[in-house]
Design a protein around this ligand. Sequence first.
Ligand code: NI
Length: 173
Amino acid sequence: MSAMSILRIHEFPDEVLRRPADPVGNVDGRLQALIDDMFETLYAAPGLGLAAPQVGAPLQLFVYDMGIREGERERKIILNPTIVEQEGEIAEEEGCLSIPDYREIVKRAAKVFLKGYDRDGRELQIEAHGLEARLFQHELDHLNGVLMFERLSPLKRDLFQRRLKKRLKTAGE
Ligand code: NI
C-alpha cells in the first residue's frame, strides 16, 4: 500500500495547461493512485474540482467534490467526459486553482448533459445544472487545454493578460 500524496498544481502560463489531454485507455494501479493523489490535492488546495492536466498528467479525467461545502465528502471522478447536450446561458463568478487569486464572471451553459466513465469503467450519464454544470464545463475546458480567461470578452481577456504580465514581472524582480 502506498501513501497518498499532494501533487503540485501547475499554474498559468505552464504549457501543460494548454495541451489537449489524451483519452484514458485502461484504469490500472498507477491511474488509481493518480486519482487518489488528485483527491488529496483537491482537499488540500482546497477546491471543488481538479483536472489531470493541472497536476501535469495529460489525461482526460477530472475529480470533483460538491459535498465539500456541506462538510461532507463526496468523491466523484469522471474519465473521458463529453458534453452531449447543453441548454441556456448563465453568467456567474468562478475561479481556477491554476490561476491563483483570480475570480471573474464567466458565461456558461446553464444546464449540461455529460457522458463519461467512473474509475471502475462504468458508463456515467449526468444531467447537471447550477454549480455542477459550471464545474463540468470548466474542467472539460482544462481537458481541451482551455483556461477560463479564454471564455471572457476580448476586453476582459486583455485586462487579465495585462494584470498577469505585471504580476509575473513583479514576482521576477
Ligand atoms: Ni481550473
